[in-house]
Design a protein around this ligand. Structure first.
Ligand SMILES: *[C@@H]1O[C@H](CO)[C@@H](O)[C@H](O)[C@H]1NC(C)=O
Ligand SMILES: *[C@@H]1O[C@H](CO)[C@@H](O)[C@H](O)[C@H]1NC(C)=O
Ligand SMILES: *[C@@H]1O[C@H](CO)[C@@H](O)[C@H](O)[C@H]1NC(C)=O
Length: 312
C-alpha cells in the first residue's frame, strides 16, 4: 500500500539531513583525500579493517600475511530501515575498531520486509555502498518473531560459507569485536550460548539478555528446523527470554557462558564504562554514543590539522 504524498515528502527531509551530515561535514573537516575517496573514509576498507565489516558481499581472499582465521562469527545487528542515523553511527563504530585477530567477523544489519518505498530506495543505496544488509521475510517487529526469523534464516542464507558462531545484537549496543573474539577463541564450537546471563528462578542463566548473545552454528541450525518452536507460538514474546526457553526445553546451548560484568547496561550517569568491555548497552541517543566513543578513545585517533582545530 502506498502512503499518501504528504508524509512521504516529509520523510524525504530526514534522509536529506543525514546525507548532509555524511557528505558535507566530512568534506568540511577532512583533508582533500575525501574528494578522491568519497565515502570510503567511512568504510572499513579505507580504515584497513576488512575483517570487521565487509563492504562488498563478495568474498575476498585474505592477504597472504594474514594467518588463517581460527573461527568465524556473524554479527547481526537487528535494526529498522528508518533508523539511518543510528545505523551510520553503528557502522562507523564497527569499522573503526581494531580487527579481531585470527577471526573472520562479518557485521550485517538485519531488517524485516521493507514496505515503505522511500526506505526501500535509501536502503538500496546502503546495500550498493556497504553491502552489509540482510532483509528477512518477516514483518518489522521486535518481540514478534524477528529474532526467530533471523536465527532460523541464517543457516540457509549462509549455507555456502557457514560461520562457527551467530550473534544477535541491537543498534543500541556498542560491541567490541576483538574482545568478544578473544572470549570465543578458547570456547567449544558446538552447543554454545554466550552473553549476559540473566539470572531467574534460581537459575544462573536461563537466558541471555537481548543486548547481544552468541549461539554456535549448530544451535542456529537446530532453531531453523525446530517446528516445535512454531507449534508452541514461541516466536512471540520478549525475544531474549524466548530464545532461552527454546534452548532450555530442547536441552540445547548447554555450553553457556556469562560475560557479566564485561557486558552491561550503561547507567544513567554514564560512569560505569569498563576498560575490559565486551559490550555496553543502552546507547539510546547520540549523547551516549559520543560518551562511548570518547571513553574507548575512538575519537582520539585523528591527526592534528588546521582544518579541524576545534576537535579533541
Ligand atoms: C515479505 O515480502 C515478500 C515479498 O514481497 C512477501 O512474499 C512476503 O509475504 C512478505 N512477508 C511478510 C511477513 O510480510
Ligand atoms: C498459536 O497462535 C494461533 C494464532 O493466534 C492460535 O490460533 C493457536 O491456538 C496458538 N497455538 C498455541 C499452541 O497456543
Ligand atoms: C584511552 O587512552 C588513555 C590515554 O592513552 C588511556 O589511559 C586509556 O586506558 C584508554 N582507554 C581505553 C578504554 O583503552
Amino acid at each position: 500500500m502506498m502512503k499518501p504524498p504528504t508524509p512521504t515528502s516529509y520523510l524525504l527531509l530526514a534522509p536529506l539531513a543525514v546525507l548532509l551530515v555524511v557528505f558535507v561535514l566530512p568534506s568540511l573537516r577532512s583533508p582533500p583525500r575525501v574528494g578522491s575517496d568519497g565515502l570510503g573514509v567511512l568504510c572499513s576498507r579505507r580504515a584497513g579493517f576488512p575483517d570487521v565489516v565487509a563492504v562488498a558481499p563478495s568474498v575476498e581472499a585474505s592477504p597472504p600475511t594474514q594467518p588463517e582465521p581460527e573461527f568465524s562469527l556473524l554479527v547481526g545487528v537487528l535494526t529498522m530501515p528508518s533508523r539511518r542515523e543510528r545505523r551510520d553511527i553503528v557502522r562507523m563504530a564497527y569499522a573503526l575498531q581494531p580487527p579481531a585477530s585470527r577471526a573472520r567477523v562479518d557485521v550485517r544489519f538485519v531488517f524485516c520486509n521493507v514496505t515503505d518505498p522511500v526506505d526501500a530506495a535509501l536502503l538500496a543505496l546502503e546495500i550498493r555502498r556497504h553491502g552489509d544488509v540482510v532483509v528477512l521475510n518477516c514483518a518489522e517487529n521486535m518481540n514478534d518473531g524477528k529474532t526467530y526469523a533471523y536465527l532460523s534464516s541464517v543457516p540457509r542464507l549462509f549455507a555456502s560459507r557457514p560461520y562457527d558462531y551467530v550473534m544477535k545484537t541491537d543498534d543500541d549496543t556498542y560491541l567490541r569485536v576483538a574482545e568478544l573474539a578473544d572470549e570465543l577463541r578458547g570456547k567449544p564450537r558446538d552447543d554454545v550460548y554466550l552473553g549476559y546471563g540473566y539470572a531467574m528462578g534460581g537459575q544462573p542463566m536461563p537466558f541471555m539478555h537481548g543486548m547481544g548473545y552468541v549461539v554456535s552454528w549448530d544451535v542456529a541450525s537446530w532453531v531453523a528446523g525446530a517446528d516445535e518452536i512454531l507449534a508452541r507460538n514461541d516466536t512471540l514474546g520478549p525475544e531474549d527470554l524466548m530464545v532461552g526457553k527454546w534452548l532450555n526445553l530442547a536441552g540445547r546451548g548447554r555450553n553457556r557462558y556469562d560475560l557479566k560484568p564485561r557486558m552491561y547496561d550503561l547507567n544513567w550517569d554514564m560512569d560505569n564504562f569498563r576498560p575490559d568491555t565486551v559490550a555496553v548497552h543502552m546507547l539510546k541517543d547520540n549523547y551516549r554514543w559520543a560518551a562511548a566513543f570518547r571513553y574507548f578513545n575512538v575519537t582520539a585517533g585523528i591527526e592534528p590539522s588546521d582544518l579541524y582545530h576545534q576537535l579533541p
